[in-house]
Write a protein that binds this ligand. Structure first.
Ligand code: 6PG
Length: 479
């Protein structure tokens, strides 16, 4: 029988996605893996699923109805290029190749251009939700052409998570737009995780509560405005006891955070775009700092504060931490969405930011009730230059800022690192400032490099003759 969709790469994510596809009405799924055994295992383990196993690329192509549509689920990198080349050899113009891995969006732009030249469609699709999401319903962020979306849309809608009745998939934009948005999703994921970790650390050090007791705090928070998958799983992790030692599991896990690169890409890209995603950057750097034991071994050599942290009212302190977390989270999402806007402008994608917030409400790692507030904000003001200036967020930040400031100063005073809390607050105050000391930086740049400056009271570009008589002259604009 002919399949309407194929999956190449049957490691955990690929097999789960293939099973998800096969479980939906109307889909027959061709499956192919470089080594035959994975294909045999998948088919044998799931007799209920309508799989069409293929053992060569030719068989795979022959098993697919036209336009042939295949999703590549291999580890991002050179392997992806090899699979694309093999599919291009056996596919025809009008067919569709989807890369469902965590590819760097610039690779996707390059691949889309090369594949398009053959008449075949290439779609980079971000897929979030981990192994379970792939099986039961991920959030999907596809880029690629409008033509490919006609065929792909119904298939992806059939397997995506559903949030408030709507499938968590939308055609994000052309070529690399989908992978760009997935990258920023991961950047926000890093920030959210770091903020939660800082909140946990402050509560633990401030109140002496055990991880299991702090799990209760997070479970409680998960019933309010912080409700989200990451808060929910935080409670689960904190409640876990290590079978071998009887200790809280979190106390026996080595405190060095890993990373596979998507967070760093988000920050590198933001640097290139000139978009400040400082909270996300702090989260990436906090993982780096944790993972350098040779640097951390100097700990004892660096003096700390004289006064230890004292918390008189534990409940009030915990509420302050909650508000600081909420405010910092708003900043992280605001920065992430600003980066998507900047990326869309740079790469000429038309991205509906409200639709992105909606497809993140289900299936993905950062799924949260809170995302409704973001789609509301963009529905009211599509051109919103800074997400957190939407009325709902302004109100929330106003309500939280006192607590946020207390927590950041308490952490600094007690020598507890809270980089993402602190940097988010600094960003907030930076945006609020009437005047920034950037004026002084312009003066310094003009002093040592004649880089010129603008004046607040007159049009034009100016330079002071610093090494001469220090009079001001009109100058060429050099930025
Ligand atoms: C998702 C996740 C996933 C990511 C992991 C690991 O949306 O399902 O973002 O794509 O690869 O979370 O990321 P790190 O290893 O970099 O933490």
């Amino acid at each position: 029988s002919q399949a309407n969709i194929g999956v190449v790469g049957l490691a955990v994510m690929g097999s789960n996605l293939a099973r998800n596809l096969a479980s939906r009405e109307g889909n027959t799924v061709a499956v192919f893996n470089r080594s035959r055994s994975k294909t045999d295992e998948l088919v044998a383990a799931h007799p209920e699923a309508e799989f069409v196993p293929a053992f060569t690329y030719d068989e795979f192509a022959a098993s697919l109805a036209k336009p042939r549509t295949a999703i590549i689920m291999v580890k991002a990198g050179a392997g992806t290029d090899a699979v694309i080349d093999a599919l291009v050899d056996v596919f025809e113009p009008g067919d569709i190749i989807v890369d469902g891995g965590n590819a760097l969006f610039t690779d996707t732009i390059r691949r889309e251009k090369a594949v398009r030249a053959t008449g075949i469609n290439f779609v980079g699709a971000g897929i979030s939700g981990g192994e379970e999401g792939a099986l039961t319903g991920p959030s999907i962020m596809p880029g690629g052409s409008d033509e490919s979306w006609v065929t792909l849309g119904p298939i992806l809608r059939s397997i995506a998570a559903v949030a408030e009745g709507e499938p968590c998939v939308t055609h994000v934009g052309h070529d690399g737009a989908g992978h760009f948005v997935k990258m920023v999703h991961n950047g926000i994921e890093y920030a959210d995780m770091q903020l939660i970790a800082e909140a946990y650390d402050l509560i633990r050090r401030g109140t002496g509560k055990s991880p299991a007791e702090i799990a209760d705090v997070f479970a409680e928070w998960n019933r309010g405005e912080l409700e989200s998958y990451l808060i929910e799983i935080t409670a689960e992790v904190l409640r876990q006891t290590d079978a071998a030692t009887g200790q809280p599991l979190v106390d026996v896990i080595v405190d060095q955070a890993g990373a596979k690169g998507t967070g760093a890409w988000t920050v590198q890209t933001a640097l290139n775009l000139g978009t400040p995603v400082s909270g996300i950057a702090e989260a990436v750097f906090a993982r780096s700092l944790s993972s350098h034991p040779e640097q951390r071994s100097v700990a004892g050599a660096l003096p700390g504060p004289v006064e230890a942290l004292t918390v008189d009212d534990a409940d009030a302190f915990i509420e302050d931490v909650r508000l600081a977390l909420y405010a910092s989270k708003i900043v992280a999402y605001s920065q992430g969405f600003d980066e998507i806007r900047a990326g869309a402008a740079e790469y000429d994608w038309s991205i509906d930011l409200g639709a992105i917030a909606k497809i993140w409400r289900g299936g993905c790692i950062i799924r949260a009730q809170f995302l409704n507030r973001i789609s509301d904000a963009y529905a009211a003001t599509p051109e919103l230059a800074v997400l957190m200036t939407a009325p709902y967020f302004v109100e929330a930040l106003g309500r939280a800022q006192g607590a946020w400031r207390r927590i950041v100063s308490t952490a600094a005073g007690a020598g507890i690192p809270a980089p993402a809390f602190a940097s988010s607050l600094a960003y907030y105050d930076g945006l609020r400032a009437d005047r920034l000391p950037a004026a002084l930086i312009q003066g310094q740049r003009d002093f040592f490099g004649a880089h010129t400056y603008k004046r607040i009271d007159r049009e034009g570009t100016f330079h002071t003759l610093w090494s001469g008589d220090r009079t001001e002259v009109e100058a060429e604009d050099t930025h």
